[in-house]
Design a protein around this ligand. Structure first.
Ligand SMILES: CC(C)(COP(=O)(O)OP(=O)(O)OC[C@H]1O[C@@H](n2cnc3c(N)ncnc32)[C@H](O)[C@@H]1OP(=O)(O)O)[C@@H](O)C(=O)NCCC(=O)NCCS
Length: 177
């Protein structure tokens, strides 16, 4: 079973994160400076999943703005897909939202990104609109997705069920504030 620890992203993680970015988004990846700027921002909550060799295998980024959180990035190394890593990172990020009394979570996703849309739907995000030609690299539309209030039973019960369903990986958390 894959064992990972989830930590807040630091400057020391950025080289590895950008390496995964290049693999995942060859034509439109974020730069090192983008990540340095992001993690220096007080509103930003970025997490990495690291394997037992301390190698980063996935990461997620989120902004907390008043009662709303915005997922800015999420990627899993291609060799580590379908092992529940994205779910584990979503869980860590959403638990961070509960700690900070966030009520709603939103994001934009490419309309062709079936895997990601399915992941977010699993967490009960709904599609609430579209930003036409949002992505500059290919002019693709973005689907805007939103949760209901994450404190409502429906969201919480589903969230608990997802947590209980994590069986392919063992997750330990460290350094998460
Ligand atoms: C989308 C992504 C993050 C999923 O990561 P992952 O660790 O493989 O996902 P998980 O194993 O945690 O799967 C969680 C859910 O995502 C969905 N999912 C993941 N991969 C999928 C695929 N290839 N096809 C359809 N659904 C998929 C499923 O709903 C899955 O739940 P299930 O296993 O109960 O069916 C990963 O494919 C990725 O990094 N893609 C490239 C970057 C990206 O698209 N990021 C999102 C930007 S908005």
């Amino acid at each position: 079973m894959l064992e990972v620890k989830i930590t807040r992203m630091t400057k020391d993680d950025v080289d590895e994160v950008v390496h995964i970015e290049e693999l995942v988004h060859p034509n439109h990846h974020w730069s090192k400076d983008s990540f340095y700027n992001e993690i220096a921002n007080n509103l930003a909550y970025y997490y990495c999943a690291k394997n037992t060799e301390n190698k980063i295998v996935a990461y997620i980024g989120m902004w907390h703005i008043l009662e709303e959180a915005h997922i800015t990035t999420l990627a899993v190394h291609p060799d580590y897909r379908r092992m529940q890593l994205a779910q584990a990172l979503m869980i860590a990020a959403i638990e961070g939202c509960y700690k900070e009394m966030i009520k709603f979570i939103t994001l934009e996703v490419r309309e062709s990104n079936i895997a990601a849309i399915s992941l977010y739907e699993k967490f009960l995000f709904d599609s609430i609109g579209m930003r036409k030609k949002y992505y500059q690299d290919n002019g693709e539309n973005a689907i805007i997705m939103f949760t209901q209030n994450i404190w409502y039973d429906k969201f919480k019960n589903n969230f608990s069920a997802i947590k209980e369903g994590i069986s392919k990986i063992k997750v330990c958390r460290s350094g998460i504030a």
